[in-house]
Write a protein that binds this ligand. Structure first.
Ligand code: S3P
Length: 444
């Protein structure tokens, strides 16, 4: 484990190029691997989580060619088309990546193979029953010695049963797992989501040529219908920068004095921008410049400047569109005038760590009053007076690590984290990028 300390910064200025979107990167590899012909991906996130997906697909027979020096080059995937994926020779290790685990369960479920999936200490604690239940109804078999937890042995079948399934939790991973299995279901697979979640799987399936319809019911639920056995065709994909990673730099600029940061080419799909809406309501000086479309997704350049923030109540309907951003919102809220109230946060308890607890503990250590309930959190802001001066345990959670390093930029005293290695899962180069803007984050 390598610790890092973030010290108060006088100003952050410049252009910060943030790595590719994690959700789109996983899906680019998966759909590329299943398609007919070649998929060429530019801007793939070369973080550990996405590399786990690449490794798993390669272990099951996909041909994925990485750029020579893995520095933002072009990735080429030769799709398997009508050939099957194969039983991997050994256990597939998926590290910290819940997206790899859950989406790949649906994907491999449609092939006649056996695969055992395992992960790190964090992933092995995460609930998989939410994916196992619908996939088992479709005909995929699962064995585990630990209830619904990994390691899990999956036995797929070449023809699955289509189902109609209403998601009991707002989860794009569960929705995507069902749709990926639905590619090999005889007939139409229907997913009903009471609260809309990120829709990259739907967009990309269409982009690759699947017949997929979406509808919004009068009660606000979304319905997705996918016809089985489509002919997916490989496509060039340009991955935009990840709004969940850009969030750290945005908040860093907002809370640090005399700051002005431009983050080019960020995904602004409305199913991902809840944090930005919330920050605007808090009074943040954020602008979205040069709006355009790339590979079927909306993007813009985000500019964030130092701002006086005020506390707000986050509407519950917005929670799924900022589900990964509550740690960094809580940091922003610490520097805002008044109270920020966040609720309907039960899902935070089953992320890479119990994030609700990790946020509340970290804020308390930093001298900020945070009141945690079963599934809600109130942060009492103290603009210009956040004490800091603590070391926060990251518990294999990249977003906790990055959030508290951002806090250290504007607190009265340095903020340290015990383990910085975890940030490589989603944001390689985080420290270098922030230091390039004027931050002082180092290992001593
Ligand atoms: C993701 C969905 C979300 C999110 C995760 C990525 C995806 O998880 O937290 O980082 O790519 O589908 P849930 O579906 O569990 O909410």
């Amino acid at each position: 484990m390598t610790g890092l300390t973030s010290r108060p910064a006088s100003s952050l200025k410049g252009v910060a190029k943030v790595p590719g979107d994690k959700s789109i990167s996983h899906r680019s590899l998966m759909f590329g691997a299943l398609g007919h012909g070649e998929t060429v991906v530019t801007g793939l996130l070369e973080g550990e989580d996405v590399m786990r997906t690449a490794g798993a697909l390669a272990a099951m027979g996909a041909t994925i060619t990485e750029p020579e020096d893995k520095t933002g080059g072009i990735w080429r995937i030769q799709g398997i088309g009508d050939s099957p994926l194969k039983t991997p020779r050994s256990t597939v290790y998926l590290g910290n990546s819940g997206t790899s685990a859950r989406l790949l369960m649906g994907l491999v479920g449609g092939y006649p193979l056996h695969a055992t999936f395992t992960g790190d200490e964090s992933l092995e604690k995460r609930p998989m029953g939410r994916v196992i239940k619908p996939l088992a109804q479709m005909g995929v078999q699962f064995e585990s010695a630990h209830g619904d937890k990994m390691p899990l042995k999956i036995t797929g079948a070449s023809i699955l049963r289509p189902i109609e399934y209403t998601l009991p939790v707002a989860s794009a991973q569960v929705k995507s797992a069902i749709l990926l299995a639905g590619l090999h279901a005889e007939g139409t697979t229907t997913v009903i989501e009471p609260k809309p979640t990120r829709d990259h799987t739907e967009r990309m399936l269409r982009f690759f040529g699947a017949e997929l319809e979406t509808e919004t019911l009068p009660n606000g639920s979304g319905v997705i219908r996918l016809k089985g056995f489509p002919k997916l065709k490989g496509h060039p994909i340009t991955v935009p920068s990840d709004p969940s990673s850009a969030a750290f730099l945005t908040v860093a600029a907002l809370i640090t004095a005399d700051s002005d940061v431009l983050i080019p080419n960020v995904l602004i799909n409305p199913s991902r921008t809840g944090l930005y809406e919330t920050l605007l309501e808090m009074g943040a000086d954020i602008t979205f410049e040069n709006r355009r479309d790339k590979s079927g997704e909306p993007v813009a350049d985000i500019r964030a400047r130092s701002s006086r923030l005020k506390g707000v109540t986050v509407p519950v309907a917005r929670v799924p569109s900022m589900i990964d951003e509550f740690p960094i919102l809580s940091v922003a809220a610490s520097f805002a005038e008044g109270k920020t109230y966040m609720s309907d946060l039960a899902e935070l308890r089953v992320k890479e760590s119990d994030r609700l607890l990790a946020i509340a503990k970290g804020l308390t250590l930093a001298g900020v009053l945070a009141e945690m309930g079963e599934d809600d959190l109130t942060v009492h802001g103290m603009p210009g007076r956040v004490p800091g001066g603590c070391t926060v345990a990251t518990n294999l959670d990249h977003r906790i690590a990055m959030s508290f390093l951002v806090m250290g930029l504007a607190a009265q005293n340095p903020v340290a984290i015990d383990d910085a290695d975890t940030m490589a899962t989603s944001f390689p180069g985080f420290t270098t990028l922030l230091n390039g803007l004027g931050a002082d984050i180092s290992g001593d």
